[in-house]
Design a protein around this ligand. Structure first.
Ligand code: HEC
Ligand code: HEC
Length: 368
């Protein structure tokens, strides 16, 4: 079930997509998008050659997850937990409330709203392809998805629960206890907060979006992207965007100051959030954030950790001036934005899980 992130010839793409979709019971695969035919020799295509040095197509099989053997049973359980609002104290918020899988894995809000109608400090990044990021959160403070998942459950402005409360909820529901026993065989006490996080991570590992036009291009199909998209890719490389947004996730693997050349104004970069400085306490890390993945970026407005920019064209212009000291022309912005639309891949088709009923022993919702 595991596969390394590596280049696959396009010919293998279609069958692998189908195989993965069948294995996961997900309908992610081929609907709607035609997958590349046999790869033409890329030698004649200079842009393709350059792009292949900087980027990698998304793997169409499950990515490797460190210290977590991903199984069908864990994925199923993790999916239930991802959608179960009873992991929150109020019984209202699930992971899906803020990472809506019908909406590109985000909530579409400037900053998220959680427990007690509280507004959180940052924009919710997408969970799509998050498994491929070097670390989680805008400041990288969680090393992986299993470490990450424990955060929102306990955060006062998000789900406002506690590990004890989550255990009480799950132990009160016999079907959940059985599911944990199947997903974590050989464990004497499988219902643990750690295993909640492991199962959620396993499910999140399935949330990749392969076969975008850009992936098909990288796989060798020169026709997969339109002329403006290709011109945009060329600019994306020539202007230096790809210096920070590169690799398999077109970003997500390193940290940079927001404002390498010119700091954006407080209306986009509010002074109170110093980013990675809070994690490392190093002066150099003030206003440093992880360069986000740009995959599916047309689905995930508003933009930046502050969520202050709603128009992708404006986000591109801001990046030009803040990160590169370049004033991009309208035409350049149009082309780069066209390229970014080629990063929308096949969205995971997730059927809504049926969640087992509460019992009289299940802790009741609390709103304070
Ligand atoms: C109330 C809204 C809310 C809820 C509920 C919520 N999240 Fe989040 N999530 C956020 C916000 C906001 C961030 C960014 C926080 C930061 O960077 O400091 C985030 C970050 C993440 C990230 C990091 C992605 C990245 O690219 O760094 C992942 C993964 C994630 N959440 C998964 C989950 C899971 C799993 C759950 C359920 C256990 C969950 N979230 C519940 C709002 C929410
Ligand atoms: C020096 C590194 C660097 C360069 C160069 C760079 N970026 Fe970024 N990019 C970042 C960082 C860091 C962020 C996150 C900023 C924040 O919200 O704090 C970001 C955010 C973005 C976002 C917002 C994504 C989201 O989900 O909110 C877009 C779009 C983007 N960059 C596009 C570009 C484009 C287009 C270029 C070239 C014109 C570019 N970037 C150049 C580092 C860089």
């Amino acid at each position: 079930m595991h596969a390394q992130t590596r280049h696959r010839p396009a010919a293998a793409l279609k069958s692998l997509l189908a195989a993965t979709a069948t294995a996961l019971g997900l309908l992610a695969a081929t609907a709607g998008t035609s997958v590349a035919a046999d790869p033409p020799a890329a030698a004649g295509d200079a842009l393709m050659t350059r792009a292949r040095e900087l980027f990698k197509p998304l793997p169409v099989t499950l990515p490797v997850v460190r210290n977590n053997a991903v199984t069908r049973e864990k994925i199923d359980l993790g999916k239930m937990l991802f959608f179960d609002p009873r992991l929150s104290a109020s019984g209202i918020f699930s992971c899906n409330s803020c990472h809506n899988l019908g909406l590109g894995g985000v909530d579409g809000l400037e900053t998220s709203v959680g427990h007690g109608w509280q507004k959180g400090p940052r924009n919710a990044p997408t969970v799509l392809n998050a498994v491929l990021n070097v670390a989680q959160f805008w400041d990288g403070r969680a090393e992986d998805l299993k470490a990450q998942a424990k955060g929102p459950i306990q955060a006062g402005v998000e789900m406002n629960s506690t590990p004890d409360r989550v255990m009480a909820v799950l132990n009160s529901i016999p079907d959940y206890k059985a599911k944990f026993a199947t997903a974590f065989p050989n464990e004497k006490n499988p219902v643990t907060f750690d295993n909640v996080a492991m199962a959620i991570e396993a499910f999140e590992a399935t949330l990749t979006t392969p076969a975008s036009p850009f992936d098909q291009f990288l796989e060798g199909n020169a026709e997969a992207m339109s002329a403006p998209q290709k011109a945009g890719l060329e600019l994306f490389i020539d202007k230096g965007c790809s210096g920070c947004h590169n690799g398999v996730n077109v970003g997500g693997h390193d940290y940079f100051p927001f404002g390498v050349v010119t700091k954006p104004g407080a209306e986009i970069l509010p002074p109170g959030d110093k980013g990675r400085f809070a994690v490392t306490k190093t002066a150099d890390d003030e206003y440093v954030f992880r360069a986000p993945t740009l995959r599916n970026v047309t689905l995930t407005a508003p933009y930046f950790h502050s969520g202050k920019v709603w128009d992708l064209r404006q986000a591109v212009a801001v990046m030009g001036s803040s990160q590169l000291g370049a004033t991009l022309t309208d035409e350049e912005i149009d082309k780069i934005t066209a390229f970014l639309t080629a990063l929308t891949g096949q969205q995971p088709r997730v059927d809504y899980p049926l969640l087992p009923a509460s019992t009289p022993a299940t802790p009741q919702p609390v709103f304070k």
